[in-house]
Structure formats: structure tokens, C-alpha cells
Design a protein around this ligand. Sequence first.
Ligand code: NAI
Length: 474
Amino acid sequence: MTDQYDLIIIGAGPGGYTAAARAAGFGMKTALIEKGELGGACVNTGCIPAKAMLQATAVYKDLKQAARFGITVDRVGFDLKRMQEYKNASVKEFRSMIRDLIDSSKVDLIRGEAKLHRENVVEVSGGDGTRFLKGTNVILATGAQPVIPDIPGIHLPQVMTSRQLLKAGEWNFDRLVVIGGGVIGVEVATIFAALGSKVTLLERAPRLLETMDPMISDELEESLRHREIDVRCGVEVMAIKERSDGRVSVNFREHGSWLETLADRVLVAVGRRPDMSGVLADDCGVKLENGRPLVKGTYRTTQENVFAIGDTVSKMRLAHVAAAHAAYVVERLAGAGHTMQLTVVPNGMYVVLPVVPTCIYTDPEIAAVGFTEDEARIYNMKVKCGHADMSVNGKAILTRKQEGFIRLIFEAYTNTLVGAQIMCNRATDMIGEMATAIANSLTAGQLSMAMRAHPTYSEAITNAIEDALKGEVV
Ligand code: NAI
């Protein structure tokens, strides 16, 4: 027997569970199929575990520096096992929140491994055997997997992805080598350096976080070096070799020289890519391009009424992007207006601006939205840039978090905000105001209308606006 649904969603990560709850809210009979835990990589192995570990290490670091606030602490230490317990409890709480959402939405949650056939028939194999469902519409939201580069020794037991490393309950991290200076690489380096590891960060590109503003890469590199992380960009990792003492040696080439560094553990974080191999049956009409489902503007795949969202199709592999894709597809299926947009064409301009905030939880945090100055130049856009240094911000002085800056990019003739790069304490909380401003084409004048409270980190936004208005057009 085949059960009929209005919408079947494969994968219960941020894309999948958002789509399911929204669809049920529109009255669609919805099935959500998941082979693992609710919440996908974000909740179980990625964002939430990493941010929990960052929170724990931030507390540890603050306690070690308590004396500067006149606080005496006798002995500060950490217990990796108990940090894991705190992390696991946080993950569990997130999962139960999603479970409540799914249950209260009256979505059919089906446990098992799904395979999509032609005519939108979905085969689900699990503990209770195999069953078949048929969907008027189907959404593929199966996420992405870490890329494992072809480096000799990459499969040694000392070499791990962030998923395995964030689960570690025993301390084997006196020396940690991180391959990849992208988002995961810099966040994990921050966690383990704070806990006392000697971290070496090996990045192939000429700078860290290559997709971000060069000023962010430079300041981040300086900040990581300040934390005694050995940052090496423009290097090629050649081999990882096991030694008789249980450690490994990582061999790499830097400016023509062959070098070696020792490690107890090696993290590989060189990107993620979708893995659709198990999801599409042989008779399925979803075509792939470079491993990703081929989609048109509305996330429609090449099989009728099948959509692909989130990490399966997006270059920006972020939970909030997956949730935005989910909302977009479901609202379209329901014939409702869209509540969120990923891009905007600002007033009087002929460019499409991204409005997706990117947040990186280093110390200080990094957050960006819209264009960098270099990206604006690619579109021949004349801009004014405003800069505010956090070293003179009142709240930063009080909290002793004076590292970083706020940089705002305005289109020169209309003074419309087109980009923001923030690197400072709480940057990830402040970027929302900038994303709202860009999504609504707000100008420097409109952004200045409401005051920002004193003392707050946000006052630096006001300073950056003022700086841009008196700056020259570039
Ligand atoms: P990434 O794409 O951010 O960075 C990978 C880095 O590895 C790049 O800088 C690349 O140049 C470098 N690389 C590639 N091959 C290399 C090699 N053989 N040797 C040395 N370096 C090499 O990917 P990452 O950090 O693995 O993160 C995966 C995904 O997860 C990203 O798409 C990211 O958006 C997402 N994510 C987001 C987070 C956030 O929003 N805070 C946190 C963690 C992950």
C-alpha cells in the first residue's frame, strides 16, 4: 500500500523541519523522513555542538582573566568529559524543541532511510521494514558531507573531521593541526587554543576566510597569532605519517620549502559537498551537476514537483539559508507571499545584493552581510566606506573586548547601505540590524534616525555611518 501526502520531505535538518512545520501550517498533509537524529548536521554534529564548546571555552578564558576585573579565582580548570555533558545536554534540548514543533504541527515523522523513485514515490527502509509513500510534491533536504582531500595518510585514526573531534571526551590535543582555514577551521582552532592546545592552522589559499573582506582575514590572522596559533597560508599539505610514539607528522610545502609539524590529532576541514548517492533511485529523474541536484530559480529539480533546498544545492551552507529556502518553496506551493528573501535589488540600482548574514564564532566574533568594497567594485559601484574601531567604544572598554572594527559600505550617490563587515564581541548579534537595513534599502540618513543606546557595542555603527558620510567616494 502507498500512503499519499501533499508534501514529503527527505531530511530533518533546519531545511527539512522548517519546511515540514510551515507546510503543515498551510494545511498540507506532510511527511518528514529522517534516518538519523532530528536537527541534522547543524543541531547534532555542527553549529550547536561547536557553539556550545565555544561558549564553554569562553567561560574558561574569562575566568582565567578574572583578575583584571578585580575578581579572585583560586583555581581554574576544565574537564573535557563534563564539557561534553553540557554540550550533549544543549543538543538534546534543541532536538526536543524540534520534536515539539513537529508533533504540535501534526507532521508525520517517519524514521528510516528514504529513496526517491520516479513519479514522486518514496521508498522508506527502516526498523519496521520497507514502506512506500507518494507525494504530490517532494523536497530533498539531505544536507552535505565533509570533503576528504586526497592526501596520503588522511585515513589514519589520528585524523578526524569536526564531527568526530567535537565528540572527543578524552584530552589528546596537546598538539592539534588543522587543515583548512575556513569557517570550521578557525572556529575549532579558537576552541582548542583556548583550552591550551598548540595549534597549527594550514590553509591552501593565500589568506584565511578567503570569501570574506581581506581586512577581516588580516585582523583574524593577527588575532589568532596573538593566541599563539601558528597560522600558515598558501601551503600545500603533502602527507600525514604515523610515528612510533602515536603522534603523526604533517608534511607540507610552504613557498617551495618542505616543512613538517607534529600533531596528536589532525582536523580536516576543507569544505563540504552534497552526497545524493543514497537518496536517488536508479529510475529517479533528478539530474545532478557536480554532485548537486540541478535546480531552476525556484529550487525545482529536473523531476516534476521535486525540489532541492539547503546544503544539497546552496554554496552558502548555512542553517538559516536552508530554512529560508524551505520557507520560499513551501510558501510558493501554498500560493502565499514570500516572508524572506536571499537577495535584494536596492532602490535605483541594477545589482542583486545578497542579504544572507554570515557569522563566524571566533574570538572576537565575525559577521558580514551584503557586499565587501571589492565586490562593489566588481559591479562598478561607487561606494563610501565607514570604519569604526572598537578600541574606543565605551562598552568594549568596560568589557575589555576592544579588538576589532565595524566597516560599513554605502552606495556613494544614494547613501544606501550595501554591505557591513563586523569583527568584535557580539558581532553575530549585531549583524541582524545591518541585514534588515540592506533588505529594506535603508540609507545612512535612515539608519541614523534612531539613536543607539549608550554604552553599547552598537554605538560603533553610528560612528561608522558618520565616518562614511565624511569619507571620499571610491
Ligand atoms: P570552508 O569552505 O569554509 O573552508 C574550507 C577551507 O579549506 C578553505 O579556506 C579552503 O581554501 C581550504 N582548503 C581546501 N583544501 C585544502 C587543502 N588540501 N589544504 C589546506 N586547505 C585547504 O569549509 P569548512 O570550514 O569545512 O566548513 C564547511 C561548511 O560548513 C561551510 O560551507 C560553512 O559555511 C559551514 N559552516 C558554517 C559555520 C558558521 O556559520 N559559523 C560553522 C561551521 C561550518
